[in-house]
Design a protein around this ligand. Structure first.
Ligand code: BTN
Length: 323
């Protein structure tokens, strides 16, 4: 389709002016067809400037999620099967409920109506500049150690976002990315088991990042933030996804090859280390000092004179004493 081909050419030369004549020749269509395709791309939200007597340019900050743009950004990375959905309840659920999805299926949603987080919580997923996607791994799972998958994912998101924004970000055990007390991103990893053998048959890595979000509903105002709100800059989400995925592929391999290295990198950014935290233990709200991360990726907490290991996926922690 002319529109997709045209977008590819514009993406390849982002920020540069491409002449209408060259475009029509390369695409083998009329000038009018190029003009029409440009209008369609503009309607989809792409920021394209028409420069009189010169041609067209896709602005550097233009940020629309599209299959073409993502494929271009992801380049030589593993053969992802990219889908971009306008709206879906949850990209994790979408992958979980479909048997026909291939290994490396990579699903993005502009909006999720039932974005899910850990502990049955919801994740704010309006079409307001956030990046919501899930990656399916169902082949060669023996290369990964699933118990470290969330840790690998959280570290990848942290490192990628820190690199892109320059912000010193932290990880709130086990799966949240924080900046100055506010949540910037969350991760939900889910697996399916082969019941007969008890082996893992698929791994779904779901990532939600507040990228260009300019504000949150009142109930989230004090606890959520975005890259835009912290830096005043707009980010191209396909580039953010590319950066996260390249860290993720590397870190997923580390789960098996070198979990010690993975955990040590994770621990460097662990929030509340050495500080007092509140946590739920045997249905009791307790306080203690977050002392260490165990080699298994669990938390070691000193509370009322004893050391407690927090390893349940059902535990949430927060800073300080419960009032
Ligand atoms: C959390 O807050 O505990 C984790 C949030 C994870 C959100 C992402 S967005 C893409 C994927 N789809 C979902 O429903 N959840 C994850």
């Amino acid at each position: 389709m002319v529109k997709e081909e045209l977008l590819k050419l514009l993406e390849e030369s982002r920020g540069e002016i491409l002449s209408g004549n060259d475009l029509k020749d390369t695409l083998g269509v009329s000038r009018n067809a190029v003009w029409k395709a440009i209008q369609l791309l503009k309607e989809e939200g792409h920021h394209i400037d028409s420069v009189k007597n010169k041609g067209y340019t896709l602005l550097k900050e233009s940020d629309v999620l599209s299959v073409g743009g993502l494929m271009q950004a992801l380049g030589a990375q593993p053969s992802y099967h990219v889908e971009v959905l306008k709206e879906v309840p949850s990209t994790n659920t979408y992958l979980k409920e479909s048997d026909s999805k291939k290994n490396n299926a990579l699903v993005f949603a502009k909006k999720q109506t039932k974005g899910r987080g850990r502990l049955g919580r919801s994740f704010f997923s309006e079409d307001l500049g956030g990046l919501y996607f899930s990656l399916l791994k169902k082949e060669d799972l023996a290369r990964y150690s699933p118990s470290y998958a969330t840790i690998a994912c959280a570290l990848s998101v942290r490192d990628a976002l820190s690199e892109i924004s320059g912000l010193p970000l932290s990880i709130k055990w086990v799966n949240d990315i924080y900046y100055e007390g506010k949540k910037l991103a969350g991760i939900l990893t889910e697996g399916t088991l082969e019941m007969e053998t008890g082996t893992l048959s698929s791994l779904i890595l779901g990532i939600g990042i507040n990228v260009n979000t300019k504000g949150f509903p009142q109930e989230l105002e004090d606890i959520a933030t975005s890259l835009f709100m912290e830096t005043g800059r707009t980010y191209v989400r396909q580039d953010v996804a590319k950066n996260v995925l390249s860290h993720l592929e590397k870190n997923l391999l580390l789960t098996k090859e070198n979990p010690v290295e993975l955990l040590s990198a994770y621990k460097k950014h662990l929030l509340y280390l050495g500080e007092e935290i509140t946590f739920l233990y045997n249905t009791q709200l307790r306080t203690g000092i977050l002392t260490d991360l165990t080699p298994e990726g669990h938390l070691l907490v000193e509370s009322e004179g004893s050391l407690i290991t927090l390893h349940s996926g059902e535990i949430s922690i927060r800073k300080g004493e419960q009032k």
